[in-house]
Structure formats: structure tokens, C-alpha cells
Design a binder for this molecule. Structure first.
Ligand SMILES: Cc1cc2nc3c(=O)[nH]c(=O)nc-3n(C[C@H](O)[C@H](O)[C@H](O)COP(=O)(O)O)c2cc1C
Length: 361
């Protein structure tokens, strides 16, 4: 790719991995697995993004334990049985020139809830619901499950669940792992003073509230090959008075960089029903940019209402981020990468079968 090519289509080296371009498919729950197992849906859904040359494709949040699923239909990586079905997906994506990552997650107090089109709030035991855990006993909302406060044994077990899942991700052929510490799920619940009222070494001060995330990240880095990149997704702010905010995010980003995190994926919100957000085009980009300015040794991924190729290119050209993740635009147009190359006049390496694809707009 020539140096004057659009930045969106320039490669990025992360550890020993070279992303062919800066376009990333953001993790998106599909609520389509049985017992956490990937199936034909996941193969087709994730595979389609590779056919049109997305640089890196993330799976949806994959639960590190059955209790950590958001819904009964979540993807999972808590047992060796999950490895081979996911291996079909990684093989297909690699055979068609893209790279593939998996997001590892535990939903904490937001677990055991219905998939959006099946219902609202806590899943009843008759529908396969289960008891959930969190930093304390506060629920996310009255219709959500009431968690039991995690003991130190629970904390150790969840850390080990993340490590085991990362090791299985390696066996399944993934190129990257992302630790999900955003959107009000378990790790974010520990970070925010609004959801963590613990009085032990995991609650209270910034150092204490970040301890669980740091423990998980350190342990995952130890169990995931050093030559493969580790991503962490954070919510840069809770958008609520007294919550987690950008200043703490920047401080934590510096600490994560020193733990060997390669990319910070900067999202926001999801922790509290009291959040006040006015979303608009690129509304989370200033958070990514703040991290990029303040923290060295990390690449930064921007996400959130970045829809046009020109907008994505401008973010990279302005030095606000190093990678662009898109979610809903890829659901609307799974071949967004091909469309973006056409719009920006870039050469995109992609499968020959689709090279004649052309949009008139
Ligand atoms: C259907 C759907 C499922 C999502 N599931 C996840 C998920 O599993 N993990 C995650 O971190 N974010 C999830 N998100 C958030 C997206 O990754 C992304 O951050 C968000 O949609 C904003 O980007 P966009 O405006 O490009 O869609 C989901 C979003 C959508 C639309």
C-alpha cells in the first residue's frame, strides 16, 4: 500500500501481527448460541465481514463462565467444547485474508437477562435464568437480577476463568483477545463508585476499584501469547454524577499500557440507568483522542457512530485514534470495507470472487 494511500487502508503492526487495514468489526452480541457454542450462524455472520476485507473482526462478548453470560444464548469460551466450533470461524476468516479477535466478558450483575427480542430484565428460572454475582448487592435496575456480593474466592475464580478462556482462544486460532471492561459489565462494575460499595481491597480508592481489572489483565497477559495483541475495552465515562470518568480512564490507560495492553478500545456508558447521553456522530472520539494524547505505548481504537468512510479517515488523519471500530454500520452493510475503499479510492486486498462488487452511491 503506498504511503499516500488513505490511512484507513494502511496496515498497522500490533506485536507480531500486521492488520491489513485499520477497519475493525466491533464486538456485537448476536444471542444465537446454544450452551455457548458457535454454530453456522456465527460462521456466516462473522465470515461475511472477511469476504469484503475488514482488517480485524471481533466476535461478540464471549462469556468466560456460564454465570457470566448476559443471556442464555450468549457465545461462550468456558469449556474445551467451545474450541472446535470457534476454530471453524477463525479458519474461514484466515482463509479469506482477515484477522479475528474474541472479546472475553463476564456480565456480573447484568447477567441472566433476556435477549432484546425475547423479553426484558431478569430471566426466570423456568426460562433458564441463574443466580448472578457483582461487586455488591445493588442491581442494575429493579427488573434486573439482584447479585450476591463476590467473595475473595469468587474473585480468584473469575480471574482464572478469564485466563482459561484466553488460553482456549489461542487454541481456537484467534489473533487477538479483548478484555471487556466496559458497558456496565462485571469489570466496569468494579471500576465505578456507583456500582462498587465494597470496603475491602477491591473497593473505595481508585487503586482499589481498579485492582480487579488490573488483576484480570495481568493474568490474561500471562496466559495469552506475548506475540499476540491484547485489547481492553473501557467505558471512558458513566455519563453520570459521581461515576467513572475520563480522568480515571486516562489514569487507568497508563497503568494498562505498562501491563502490556496493546490497544485501548474507548467506548462509554452502560453502567447506570441514570446516564445522560446525547449521542451524535463520533461522540466518543474525543475520549479516544484524550487517551491517545496522554498515554504512550498504546494504540487507541475509536468507536461509536462513525459511519462514513470520510469520517473514519478524518479521525485517523487528525491523529485522534489508530484504529476505527464499527458496529451497526457492519450490520447494515457487511461489506462496508469494500464500500469504504471505493469511496476513498483505495486498493483493498480482498477475495477475488467479490472484487467486481461496486456501489453506485
Ligand atoms: C447488536 C449489538 C450488539 C452489541 N454487543 C456488544 C458486545 O458484545 N460487546 C461490546 O463491547 N459492545 C457491544 N455492542 C456495542 C458495539 O460494539 C459498539 O460499541 C456500538 O454499537 C457503537 O458503535 P456503532 O455506532 O458503530 O454501532 C453491541 C452493539 C450492537 C448494535
Amino acid at each position: 500500500m503506498p504511503d499516500n494511500a488513505p490511512k484507513l487502508f494502511q496496515p498497522l503492526k500490533l506485536q507480531r501481527l500486521t492488520l491489513p487495514n485499520r477497519i475493525v468489526v466491533s464486538p456485537m452480541c448476536m444471542y444465537s448460541a446454544h450452551d455457548g457454542l458457535a454454530n453456522d450462524f456465527h460462521l456466516v455472520h462473522l465470515g461475511q465481514f472477511a469476504l469484503a476485507g475488514a482488517g480485524l473482526i471481533f466476535t461478540e462478548a464471549a462469556a468466560v463462565s456460564p454465570e457470566g453470560r448476559i443471556s442464555p444464548e450468549d457465545l461462550g469460551l468456558w469449556s474445551d467444547d467451545h474450541i472446535v466450533p470457534l476454530g471453524r470461524v477463525t479458519d474461514f476468516i484466515h482463509a479469506h485474508g482477515s484477522l479475528v479477535g474474541i472479546q472475553l466478558a463476564h456480565a456480573g450483575r447484568k447477567a441472566s437477562t433476556y435477549a432484546p427480542w425475547r423479553g426484558k430484565g431478569a430471566v426466570t428460572p423456568e426460562h433458564g435464568g441463574w443466580g448472578v454475582i457483582g461487586p455488591d448487592t445493588q442491581s442494575f435496575a429493579p427488573i434486573f437480577p439482584t447479585p450476591s456480593a463476590m467473595t475473595s474466592v469468587d474473585i480468584k475464580r473469575v480471574i482464572q476463568d478469564f485466563v482459561s478462556a484466553a488460553q482456549r482462544a489461542e487454541m481456537a486460532g484467534f489473533d487477538a483477545v479483548e478484555v471487556h471492561a466496559a458497558h456496565g459489565y462485571l469489570l466496569h462494575q468494579f471500576l465505578s463508585p456507583l456500582s462498587n460499595s465494597r470496603t475491602d481491597e477491591y473497593g473505595g480508592s481508585f487503586e482499589n476499584r481498579t485492582r480487579f481489572v488490573m488483576d484480570v489483565v495481568r493474568a490474561v497477559r500471562g496466559g495469552w501469547p506475548m506475540h499476540k495483541p491484547l485489547f481492553v475495552r473501557l467505558s471512558a465515562t458513566d455519563w453520570a454524577e459521581g461515576g467513572w470518568d475520563l480522568e480515571q480512564t486516562v489514569k487507568l490507560a497508563g497503568l494498562l499500557s505498562r501491563e502490556g495492553v496493546d490497544v485501548l478500545d474507548v467506548s462509554s456508558g452502560g453502567l447506570t440507568t441514570a446516564q445522560q447521553i446525547t449521542p451524535g456522530p463520533g461522540y466518543q472520539v474525543p475520549f479516544a483522542s484524550a487517551v491517545k494524547v496522554a498515554v504512550s505505548g498504546l494504540d487507541v481504537m475509536a468507536v461509536g457512530m462513525i459511519e462514513s468512510p470520510e469520517q473514519a479517515e478524518a479521525i485517523l488523519q487528525n491523529g485522534e485514534a489508530d484504529l476505527i471500530a464499527l458496529g451497526r454500520p457492519f450490520l447494515g452493510d457487511p461489506h462496508w470495507s469494500q464500500f469504504a475503499a471505493q469511496k476513498l479510492g483505495a486498493d483493498l486486498e480482498m477475495v477475488p470472487q467479490y472484487q467486481r462488487g461496486h456501489r453506485l452511491d
